[in-house]
Design a protein around this ligand. Structure first.
Ligand code: LLP
Length: 436
């Protein structure tokens, strides 16, 4: 990770958006009909475009790279090892939040020296594992965690590279459940506590800098300016006190446009980095999850039944909230396209797309631009590459659905379907035991 350089106007290529095309009426990805993948792996499934992922990474690095900003992918957004490997090959670092994510990042070929360990509740074992492999940095979120990291470092006889995560008390203007930088949130350390903690860190800790992350799906760039200005002020204060500050982790959170539209401008994002923290001679990094992979993925589902409803027809699909949780959890709306040419006109009504789960929250929203929908139709939910498969569960004893990766003219399965047989294996009861 290199020190910040002066701002150069980034060249931005966002052709990544256009990887789904209609060929002969069929929705195709890089010449591969999604319908053909559905026949091969069954529905529902996730499909990712490797070229789109690479293009997103290229666009972001073109924007922030000239400032010396390293990109570390937030593994939680899409933790499939093949997706991680694709990014690791491009030189991307990884932001992890658990020992499991660390194992994935390493197994995907990301060197430990490019791994940053974030998160508010790291266990002793996870901290130990990160120090043993030589992770680049541990972002610490409380005085108690700082003590724990020091204790583990002492046991191992190493010095732990630590950044303090600052809570800048900034509202990111995003959904309440993905806002993380306000003072009432559980994340980070209030700025006024930072100087003393940083200065008094025990010798087992190598204090390398500061980190921040104010939330996710952020569309207004101003909160970034506010948060990074808080960091810049802190850097100046710490340095004025004779302390060494080498790195800033600027967090993730850059959003993508609603309903498939354009999101915030990368050049504007980069300019704010340059203006707030660019001149401080620091090694900088960002931790995007969604921005890199959301647009590179779709979830494909089949229509099971349609029935007349109050304001819209009820369209029951075979994907549910366990497969794609975001609409139920954050009222998120994913752009939807039919795999067939839309049957427009002739009295088609809006459709309320719902899944089979026995909860009213298993509802993907009302869509009025899909044309007439009938049983057996296939639909692609867009912007599903982030926090889709990664957040899925087996609620209602449903399958963990397959994931496939698409390259020009071909696809491969990168996660097999895990069904009830696999689940029941985990439930083979153990012997009765006494605790104590
Ligand atoms: N860094 C840290 C410390 C984080 O906690 C997160 C996300 C990121 C980076 C990446 O944020 P991104 O660039 O992806 O916005 N499940 C929610 C999003 C939760 C984000 C949690 N933290 C959703 O589906 O919208």
């Amino acid at each position: 990770m290199t020190a910040a350089k002066s701002l150069a106007r980034p060249r931005i290529h966002e052709d990544a958006e256009r990887w789904l095309d209609r060929e002969g009426g069929k929705l195709c990805a890089h010449g591969v009909p999604l319908e053909g993948i559905a026949s091969a792996v069954g529905t529902p499934f996730y499909a990712y475009s490797a070229p789109a992922l690479r293009a997103r990474h290229a666009a972001l690095t073109a924007a922030v790279g000239p400032l010396g900003v390293a990109v570390c992918f937030a593994v939680k957004a899409c933790s499939n090892i093949h997706v991680l490997a694709e990014l690791a090959r491009l030189g991307c670092g990884m932001d992890i939040v658990s020992g499991g994510e660390m194992r994935r990042a390493l197994a995907a070929g990301c060197p430990a020296g490019r791994i940053i360990f974030s998160g508010v509740g790291k266990t002793r074992a996870e901290i130990r594992a990160a120090l043993e492999v030589g992770a680049h940095q541990i972002n610490v979120e409380s005085p108690a965690e700082l003590e724990m990291v020091a204790e583990v470092a002492r046991e191992l006889g190493v010095q732990a590279p630590v950044a303090l995560r600052v809570n800048p008390d900034v509202d990111a203007h995003t959904h309440a459940k993905i806002t993380t930088g306000r003072k009432d949130s559980k994340f980070g350390i209030p700025s006024d506590q930072i100087p003393a903690l940083y200065a008094d860190a025990p010798p087992e800790l190598r204090m390398v800098g500061l980190a921040v992350h104010i939330g996710s799906q952020i569309l207004d760039l101003e909160p970034f300016r506010q948060a990074w200005s808080v960091l810049a002020d802190l850097v100046r204060r710490l340095r004025a006190a004779g302390l060494r500050v080498d790195r800033l982790d600027l967090g993730g959170g850059l959003g993508i446009g609603a309903d498939g539209g354009a999101g915030p401008d990368l050049a504007g994002y980069a300019a704010i980095i340059a203006q707030t923290v660019g001149g401080l001679d620091l090694a900088l990094n960002v931790e995007p999850g969604r921005w890199l992979c959301a647009r590179a993925g779709v979830m494909v589902t089949e229509v099971l039944y349609c029935k007349p409803g109050e304001d819209a027809d009820v369209v029951v699909v075979d994907a549910a909230m366990n497969d794609l949780m975001r609409p139920a959890l954050y009222d998120a709306r994913h752009p939807i396209r039919t795999l067939h040419p839309p049957r427009l006109g002739t009295g088609s009504r809006p459709g309320r797309l719902v899944g089979p789960i026995c909860e009213s929250s298993d509802d993907f929203g009302v869509y009025d631009d899909l044309g007439q929908i009938i049983r057996g139709d296939l639909l692609a939910f867009g912007d599903a590459g982030a926090y889709g498969a990664a957040m899925s569960s087996t609620y209602n004893s449903r399958d963990l659905i397959p994931e496939v990766l698409i390259e020009e003219g071909q696809f491969r399965i990168i996660r097999h379907r895990a069904g009830i047989r696999d689940l029941l294996k985990l439930e083979q009861g153990g012997p009765w035991q006494r605790a104590g």
